[in-house]
Ligand binder design. Structure first.
Ligand code: HQG
Length: 184
C-alpha cells in the first residue's frame, strides 16, 4: 500500500468510526477541524501536513472526503458508523442497483435482508463492476440485484452521497435476487 493510501485509510477510520483515536471531535454533520485532525494524526505517529492532506482529498479515487469553510473543516462523504447527519440528498433511484457481498454472508442475508451492519446505511452501487470490487473485500464475491425502483414506489427512501454511493436504510428480503452473471 502506498504511503498516501495508508494515510487515507487511517483518515477514513478517524472520520467515520473512531475520531477519539486522533483526539478529534466531529460535529453533528460529521465535520472535523482540519488543524485538530493534523495535530491528532501527527501525535498518533501518522505524519502528515496540510499539503499532503489536500493531495489525498483531491486525488482519492472514491472521493471519500470533502473540505468546508475554506478548508478549515473536513468530513467523510459517507460510510460512517457513528451517527452523524451528512445531509444526504434523497433521490429517486434507478430501477436496479447492485450490492456486492461475500458468498459466506448469503444465507444470513436471505433470512434477514440486507442490513447496514457496522454502518448507518446499506451501500449500493449503480453498476455490477463496482459491486464486484466491494464484494471481493469480504471474500468470494456474489452480487445481488436490488429492485430499487420497486422499493422506491413502495415508499422506501434512497440517498446518494456526495461521491455517488447509493444508500438505503435496509433492503428487505423480497427486493433482491442473486445476479446470474449472464443477466448483467
Ligand atoms: C454484509 C467501501 C450478514 C454486507 C466499499 C457486507 C463500500 C450481511 C457486510 C463501502 C447482512 C458489511 C461499504 C446480513 C449485509 N447478514 N451479512 N443480514 N446484511 N451484510 O464493509 O457494503 O473503501 O460495512 O453484504 O467500497 O461491503 O470504505 O459494507 O458484505 O462502498 O470507502 O455485511 O465501503 O468503501 O460490510 O462496503 P461493510 P460494504 P470505502
Amino acid at each position: 500500500m502506498s504511503k498516501l493510501d495508508d494515510l487515507s485509510k487511517y483518515i477514513s477510520r478517524i472520520l467515520r468510526h473512531r475520531p477519539e483515536d486522533a483526539n478529534v471531535q466531529l460535529d453533528e454533520h460529521g465535520w472535523a477541524n482540519v488543524e485538530e485532525l493534523l495535530a491528532g494524526m501527527n501525535a498518533a505517529g501518522k505524519k502528515i501536513d496540510r499539503e499532503t492532506l489536500e493531495e489525498i482529498v483531491r486525488t482519492d479515487k472514491k472521493q471519500r472526503y470533502s473540505f468546508h469553510e475554506g478548508g478549515t473543516l473536513i468530513r467523510a462523504n459517507q460510510g460512517h458508523s457513528i451517527p452523524v447527519d451528512v445531509e444526504l440528498e434523497r433521490q429517486e433511484p434507478p430501477e436496479f442497483l447492485y450490492h456486492g457481498t461475500a458468498l459466506r454472508f448469503l444465507d444470513s442475508i436471505r433470512q434477514r435482508g440486507l442490513l447496514p451492519m457496522g454502518r448507518l446505511y446499506v451501500h449500493l452501487s449503480g453498476d455490477v463492476e463496482t459491486a464486484r470490487v466491494v464484494g471481493k473485500r469480504h471474500g468470494h464475491p456474489v452480487i445481488l440485484k436490488v429492485r430499487s425502483g420497486d422499493m422506491h414506489r413502495d415508499g422506501q427512501p434512497f440517498f446518494r452521497s456526495q461521491n455517488g454511493v447509493w444508500l438505503a436504510k435496509m433492503v428487505d428480503v423480497g427486493y433482491f435476487d442473486l445476479l446470474e452473471e449472464s443477466d448483467s
